[in-house]
Design a protein around this ligand. Structure first.
Ligand code: SF4
Length: 209
């Protein structure tokens, strides 16, 4: 990223954070991955139970490794044979980590889901939800964010998990009803009823898909 792109993202992040804050959520700006990690850790007290739903961005800023090796109760679904049990523990966690498939520059967050554990935990359950979002995910409005979610994020995720969906073959959404679809539920987070529950860390970098 060149200097001008960095500055443009910085300005866009300011606008986006204003929008996030107007929705009873809390926006944070991180100039890079290191600062994003520091902000995330400042929001997670030691000893907290933490879980996540498919959050590549949290891995990319080093948060998952830090939590696993630190004094936290990290609920790692991969370590549970009973995935349903892990998911149920997750609903009662202190902190849930997520990325966004896309968001608008006035603070609306879009997530699509196949199993739907991620979108359900964002909507309800964990006491705090921390989104880690690269500036590459910020779009001009809900329509553009939805298009990004279904034409950029979904095809890449479908390919990652070797799913038999049209988008994994064509690279764009065909509005499928295939058994493998990852668009079973689409969550639009436009307001938080509970102050201090949803935090969004906007990172001036490309993260995730
Ligand atoms: S609806 Fe189907 S084709 Fe469209 S993004 Fe979702 S999984 Fe892919």
């Amino acid at each position: 990223m060149n200097e001008n792109e960095f500055k443009r993202n910085e300005l866009l992040a300011k606008k986006t954070i204003k929008g996030i804050n107007s929705r009873n959520m809390t926006g944070h700006y991180a100039k890079d991955k290191k600062e994003a990690l520091d902000i995330a850790l400042s929001l997670i007290p030691e000893g907290a139970s933490v879980t996540m739903g498919g959050c590549t961005s949290a891995r990319e800023i080093g948060l998952v490794d830090t939590l696993k090796s630190g004094n936290y109760n990290f609920i790692d679904r991969d370590n549970y044979e009973d995935k349903r049990q892990a998911m149920l523990f997750g609903y009662d966690a202190d902190v849930f980590l997520s990325s966004a498939n896309a968001m608008t520059d006035d603070g609306v967050i879009i997530n699509i889901d196949g199993n739907s554990n991620r979108v359900s935990a964002i909507a309800q359950g964990p006491k705090k939800v921390i989104f880690i979002v690269g500036m590459n995910k910020v779009c001009s409005d809900v329509d553009a964010a939805m298009k990004r979610a279904r034409n950029v994020a979904a095809p890449i995720n479908a390919q990652r998990f070797n799913l038999d969906t049209p988008c994994s073959k064509t690279g764009s959404c065909m509005n499928c009803k295939s058994p493998d679809t990852i668009c079973c539920q689409i969550l639009i987070t436009r307001y938080s009823r509970h102050a201090d529950r949803i935090h969004v860390i906007l990172v001036n970098d490309d993260l995730g898909f």
